[in-house]
Design a protein around this ligand. Structure first.
Ligand SMILES: NC(=O)c1ccc[n+]([C@@H]2O[C@H](COP(=O)([O-])OP(=O)(O)OC[C@H]3O[C@@H](n4cnc5c(N)ncnc54)[C@H](OP(=O)(O)O)[C@@H]3O)[C@@H](O)[C@H]2O)c1
Length: 290
């Protein structure tokens, strides 16, 4: 049995479908069963639990040989945070996997480090370190930004005015990877024991600014209007003002400034030499198949 924490999410759903297609038994851990309504429940086992409460994890672990962590506490509304989910939640999940003698495949982020300006990247780094020292057989998959997520977000902000909203100047080049390429790599990590003890980095074939991404979206959507920009000064203000009342939203505002300014480019490594069967999907391909 393979346990997918985050199996209800964008990446997790694709991983579940790939593992199922191989005939493997899959269980999804979710805080809310309704979030798994898109699965056929006669095919996918669902366990309700929360990585912030270790007591809810033991039932999920029964018969599990591999745990995939595709969770994050960055975007969600509520009391989640990178510290409570990406750091502490992953620690609980890893402890539970060790107790069950299960291997762990951890989703992380390209650039994760102890000194990164974004909390999410620092918390992912701590989860990676914890996993490497845990005694569980492990594989870490670091990905760049998911093209589908950012295109959906730009598209949502364009709904009423036809103009996507970009946070900041939007000129900083960023690597965008298709989530389906990431799912293919995670699937490989789950089924191939020779990937244990390795950290893989996956990115897309191009680095694009948000201005370029939004322009591509507009062309693909037959819209001619240009994007709107939220100035950095407003983001800075919102990041400070919202902090005590909506910490998640405030964190996102601060993250937007960081994404607008630091190096988030990625150059392909030898990943595809090692796994030549892995797909390489361009943003243009993602846009064409939306
Ligand atoms: N999005 C990106 O651009 C990007 C880039 C690089 C790496 N990643 C990583 O890839 C993974 C998947 O990202 P995604 O964008 O596909 O995620 P997503 O669609 O936003 O889904 C997040 C998942 O996390 C689960 N989750 C959150 N808090 C939880 C908690 N307290 N207990 C249990 N589950 C919890 C949610 O499950 P329920 O709501 O069902 O409980 C959901 O399935 C994450 O590890 C993320 O950090 C993402």
């Amino acid at each position: 049995m393979i346990l997918l924490a985050g199996g209800s999410g964008r990446l997790g759903t694709l991983i579940v479908r790939r593992l199922q297609a191989r005939g493997l038994a899959v269980r999804v851990l979710t805080r809310d069963r309704k979030r798994t309504a898109h699965f056929d429940h006669s095919q996918v086992d669902v366990v309700v639990g929360d990585v912030r409460d270790g007591r809810t994890l033991s039932a999920a672990m029964v018969g599990v040989s591999t745990v995939v962590s595709a969770i994050h506490g960055f975007g969600d509304i509520g009391r989640v945070s990178p510290a409570s989910v990406d750091r502490d939640g992953n620690r609980r999940l890893i402890d539970a996997a060790v107790a069950a003698n299960a291997a762990v495949v951890l989703m992380s982020i390209v650039g994760a480090s102890a000194t990164h300006p974004m909390e999410l990247f620092r918390m992912k780094h701590l989860a990676e370190e914890y996993l490497r020292g845990s005694g569980a057989p492990w594989t870490i998959v670091r990905a760049t930004a998911f093209a589908e997520f950012w295109l959906d977000l730009l598209d949502q902000t364009a709904r009423t005015s036809g103009r996507p909203v970009i946070f900041g100047r939007g000129a900083n080049p960023i690597n965008f990877v298709s989530v389906s390429d990431v799912a293919a790599l995670v699937e490989r990590a789950v089924v191939d024991p020779s990937t244990r003890g390795a950290t893989f980095e996956i990115g897309g074939p191009e680095n694009l600014s948000f201005n370029e991404l939004a322009a591509g979206l507009q062309r693909a959507s037959n819209r001619t209007a240009t994007a709107r920009h939220v100035p950095r000064a407003i983001l800075r203000l919102l990041g400070a003002v919202l902090r005590p009342v909506q910490p998640n939203r405030a964190r996102q505002m601060r993250a937007a400034i960081t994404m607008d300014s630091i190096d988030l480019t990625f150059t392909a490594t030898d990943l595809h030499r090692k796994f030549p069967e892995l797909p390489v999907t361009s943003v243009a391909d993602v846009l064409a198949h939306r």
